[in-house]
Write a protein that binds this ligand. Sequence first.
Ligand code: TYM
Length: 338
Amino acid sequence: MTKTQRVLSGVQPTGALHLGNWLGAIRNWVELQQTHETFVCVVDLHAITVKHDPKVLSKNTLNTAALYIACGMDPHKSSIFIQSQISAHSELCWLLNCLTPLNWMERMIQFKEKSLKQGDNVSIGLLDYPVLMAADILLYDADLVPVGEDQKQHLELARDIAHQRINARFSLDGNPILKVPKPLILKDGAKVMSLSDGLNKMSKSDPNTNSRITLLDTPEVVSKKIKRAKTDSHIGLQFDNKNRPEANNLLTLYSILSGKDRESVAKECAEMGWGKFKPLLTEATISSLQPIQSKYVELMKDPTELEKILSKGRKEAEVVAESTLRRVKSALGIKLRN
Ligand code: TYM
């Protein structure tokens, strides 16, 4: 089958990947690689927009790539690479920076939230982060960008930059210079909530490690975290995002991880108390993570194989990225090397 549509996505190597990253993003990549030309990168340049430890970053970069594969990304079906190894990402980011209004950036919700936490230490990189993300996407002429709900605004920015700031201004013949991408945000799993607060999303940066289940948590740790997960005092369990955010989140997780649809989960759990439900969720979580964890261990035993996969991915991605970069430079009047 010829794959005519392209997908690009990525995760930051800022810490252990959690259920939100898997269910909101990576799980969808795994499906899409069957039918779409798929590029996925470990976005390490994004990870230095907040304070970081160099040793931890390089280790996490490889671990994250290994987790992509452990979750089902197939290096024969998709290109898996490290963002910083393709300089076109930074280069396109600069070109886009010069064309993106500052007030578009100041509106970004994630910037506002993260910068509040950092006080005076906010870097220009943190403000510029969505432009780098736009460059990641636009370099690959991506049709679809599978992400969780929290990235929706960044995707809109990438679309606006491509459409309003590049195509509308610089196309001479009416043909677009850059493809305007579409987000792909699935209904289930697009916003996995924290285990300690059903109103906040599960996040790598939450200081409370009990708020998230990581893909490499042992069965004991999974069990402990689910035991401690916040609940409510209503009788019976229901999907009810408005009044029962914790119940809604844990039932949604159970539905996805057990492979049962929402209706049958609603029926199964309608009369249940938390004491009966939590072991079921624990069991479903442990058995979904088990194959990922064993594949991960196997991959980490042979780092040269992983390096080979990343090198193949980089070569495939670089051809596409370089060609788009030349197209943009040429449209902007930047003199190309012969
Ligand atoms: P990051 O690293 O924060 O998250 C990676 C992916 O996981 C999704 N996600 C969630 N989905 C559901 N529930 C949650 N609680 C949850 N937490 C995270 C995110 O939506 C994302 O899809 N800026 C991006 C990384 C990035 C990128 C890109 C993504 C850089 N360049 C180009 C797509 C295309 C980020 O910080 O994701």
